[in-house]
Design a protein around this ligand. Structure first.
Ligand SMILES: O=C(O)C1=C[C@@H](OP(=O)(O)O)[C@@H](O)[C@H](O)C1
Ligand SMILES: C=C(OP(=O)(O)O)C(=O)O
Length: 469
């Protein structure tokens, strides 16, 4: 039985005093798999879809409902940001992972401070929206957030004529002064550090007086599926958006339609669970797998067979069969993988590669140095700390499997580092994750889903990642 904070009817996850903060309950003993799995799980909603739909709902032409949205630290921060700017967000009904959300746009007003936490979607999506508000808006976040690249957001707002105050370092904190409208037009930006710089501008551009023509000038552009997701969510709300050539997008000015939308389960958060089948052996099935999606987690269907998994789909579910699994003696080959489109899958796949039988090279992920932490350095340090041989490359990692031993795995406040450690712990005894609660960024139920539905064990203690029970 999943223990949920939502069993408490008094609980409002959007009250500021209930904001999820990384826990300090001591290290979590990553459970070791004892044999093949036969697990079926349903996962909470997609972070990327939830936060896009929240932003679009706040600037649309009526009230929108999000069904089965994500409720996590990142989505809570987004809701709080929108409320601070004048949007009404109410809870309606109750699903297995929390209530649906009814969003009623209000007049956008400044005079507020936005806490971005460590959420890239909040720090890159809200500033362009705040430019449409009247009054000053300041932005800050976690200490780790102050290391994430923000210069492109700041520069692009200035190109759009917005008055931005910062200290010139190209990071949080900064503030802007909205005049209630943005003229728009054509701007050029370098989005090589994050696709979110593009998405943040495209999401609100239909509300600019002249719309927006956005040109990317950098050499590389990561996470294209996330930009395609942005375009798809805009078109579903009637916005005219075209990409006449790679690296150029044109958004016509016009209304953004209100809508009711079902949020798909988070397929990137499915990665550690699906990878677990290759480590432990047996099968892991994720229910509610969409037939068609812009989520990059869908690429797991093609990537995991390269590590030797059998992947099938049936009745709206996706199943990964890991055969005997690494712990059962299955041979799992190393692979060459360009992950430029799906960097957020990197930590889970690198953890798997560290347990494989041959070397892997994962490239196209230099921008992961600007994620929640420098993920290339963090993965190399943590796997090597357990006896591994991971080498940092300019834009990726070379992973040479070695016999690993137990030890403390640091999460660096990064949800995907914590879940990567859990994957290693499935195959290696004595792995302790220093801060499993950091998974609350996008999946507060991670530890209980891992121990319960995945491994079929009762959690050692009732987990309450949000500290609310
Ligand atoms: O737009 C989004 O929802 C995201 C875009 C990607 O960012 P980057 O392009 O910075 O990698 C991805 O890694 C992140 O988890 C979510
Ligand atoms: C990079 C990630 O998050 P963010 O949205 O904070 O950029 C991630 O979830 O892997």
């Amino acid at each position: 039985m999943l223990i949920s904070k939502y069993s408490n009817p008094e609980f409002d996850p959007y009250e500021s005093d209930s904001l999820v903060e990384p826990g300090d309950d001591g290290p979590w003993e990553a459970p070791t798999a004892s044999g093949p799995l036969a697990a079926t799980l349903s996962l909470p909603g997609s972070k990327s879809l939830t936060n896009r739909e929240l932003v679009l709902s706040a600037i649309s032409d009526g009230a929108s409902t999000l069904r089965a949205p994500l409720h996590s630290r990142d989505s809570t921060l987004m809701v709080q940001a929108l409320r601070g700017l004048g949007t009404i967000v109410e809870e309606v009904g109750a699903g297995p992972y929390g209530p649906d959300l009814l969003i009623t746009p209000g007049e956008l007003t400044g005079g507020t401070s936005i806490d971005c936490g460590l959420a890239g979607t909040v720090m890159r999506f809200i500033p362009p929206l705040a430019a449409l508000a009247l009054g000053p808006v300041s932005f800050d976040g976690d200490e780790a957030a102050r290391r994430r690249p923000m210069r492109t957001t700041v520069d692009s707002l200035r190109h759009l004529g917005i008055d931005v105050n910062d200290d010139g370092r190209g990071t949080l904190p900064f503030s802007l002064y909205g005049t209630g409208e943005v003229e728009g037009g054509e701007i050029a930006i370098d989005a090589s550090a994050s696709s979110q710089f593009v998405s943040g501008l495209l999401l609100v551009a239909a509300r600019f007086r002249r719309g927006l023509t956005l040109v990317h000038t950098g050499d590389t552009l990561p996470s294209m599926p996330h930009i395609e997701m942005t375009i798809a969510t805009l078109r579903e709300r009637g916005v005219e958006v075209e990409s006449p050539e790679p690296g150029r997008w044109v958004v016509a000015p016009g209304p953004i339609r209100a809508r009711s939308v079902d949020i798909e389960p988070d397929l990137s958060n499915a990665a550690p669970f699906l990878v677990a089948a290759l480590v432990a052996g047996g099968t892991v099935t994720i229910e509610g797998w969409p037939d068609a999606t812009t989520q990059v987690g869908a690429h797991l269907e093609q990537i995991l067979p390269r590590f030797g998994a059998k992947v099938t789909r049936s009745g709206g579910a996706l199943t990964v069969d890991g055969g005997a699994g690494i712990i059962g003696g299955a041979q799992v080959p190393g692979i060459e993988l360009d992950l430029s489109e799906g960097g957020e899958l990197g930590p889970a796949l690198v953890a798997l590669a560290a347990l494989a039988d041959g070397p892997s090279r994962v490239t196209g992920i230099g921008h992961l140095r600007g994620h929640e932490t420098d993920r290339l350095a963090a993965l190399a340090a943590e796997i090597n700390g357990l006896g591994g041989a991971v080498t940092e490359l300019p834009d990726g990692l070379l992973i040479e499997p070695r016999p690993l031993h137990g030890g403390l795995w640091h999460s660096y406040e990064d949800h995907r580092m914590a879940t990567a450690g859990a994957i290693i712990g499935l195959g290696v005894q004595g792995v302790l994750i220093d801060d499993i609660a950091t998974t609350a960024k996008t999946l507060p139920q991670f530890a209980e889903l891992w121990t319960g539905p995945l491994l079929g064990r009762a959690p050692a203690v009732a987990s309450d990642p949000l500290g609310l029970l």
